[in-house]
Write a protein that binds this ligand. Structure first.
Ligand code: ADP
Length: 228
């Protein structure tokens, strides 16, 4: 569960990237975050991940107010979230298996748990036969599947995705959306920032629209809308 209560973010430059945002994303929801470039989508995501601090207001994640969370507790918060980026961000000198295993290694999972869990998530994303490949040996869609496997491997309650289909051709983008939909159907909350109008229109999920830092629309089963 993600709850924003009157959250504003003013950067040190004086830019107010988010103004008085209030919304709740319940456990198990799938929510798109839409808005033109510079509207504040990435800032909202960084606030959820606590990569940026809110200037005012409160942010509650899974029942816990993270507004004043001590920095040494932030890694525990991040464990409840899997993050997926537009540019995949895989480690180029590690195999698919190692990329996913590494996410477990850094949270000190046992080798036994890693050996059991990594093949399971690779199978879930349809990449069991690519475990020994390096990222440069994969297509863009396959690389994003690895990134999704990595995001899922520690069983987060939510996936936060920032333009996950931005670097993919339309057909591959739909493969990734179907995968995210499947993951959501298994109970994981998904928050996805996107510019992909056709995807938002066809998926009929919740749409939160931000414009110049202000939440201007929150539709339960929305479309993208032409004016964005
Ligand atoms: P979006 O993801 O929708 O493109 P951003 O959240 O990246 O929007 O940006 C919202 C506004 O905040 C923009 O005006 C941008 O220039 C500004 N901004 C983003 N990051 C920073 C930063 N680190 N320092 C100062 N201004 C920033």
């Amino acid at each position: 569960m993600i709850e924003f209560k009157n959250v504003s973010k003013v950067y040190s430059t004086g830019t107010e990237a988010v103004h008085n945002a209030t919304f709740t994303i319940e456990k198990g929801e799938f929510a798109f975050l839409v808005g033109s470039s510079g509207s504040g989508k990435s800032t909202l995501i960084k606030l959820i991940l606590k990569e940026e601090e809110a200037s005012s207001g409160n942010i509650v994640i899974n029942g816990r107010d993270i507004t004043f969370l001590k920095s040494k507790r932030v890694p525990f918060l991040r464990r409840s979230m899997g993050v997926v980026f537009q540019d995949f961000r895989l480690l180029p000198d590690k195999t698919v298996y190692e990329n996913v295993a590494f996410a477990m290694y850094i949270v000190k999972a046992t080798p036994k748990h890693i050996r059991r869990q990594v093949p399971m998530v690779l199978s879930l994303v349809g990449l069991s036969d690519k475990a020994k490949c390096y990222p440069h040996e994969l297509s863009g869609g396959e690389q994003q599947r690895v990134a999704i496997a990595r995001a899922l491997v520690n069983n987060p309650s939510m996936i936060i995705a920032d333009e996950p289909t931005g670097n993919l051709d339309p057909e591959t983008a739909w493969d990734i959306m179907n995968l995210l939909n499947e993951i959501n159907a298994r109970g994981t909350t998904i928050v996805m920032a996107t510019h992909a109008r056709d995807i938002v229109d066809k998926m009929k999920k919740r749409v939160i629209q931000i414009d110049k830092g202000i939440i201007v629309r929150d539709d339960r089963k929305g479309g993208y809308r032409s004016e964005i």
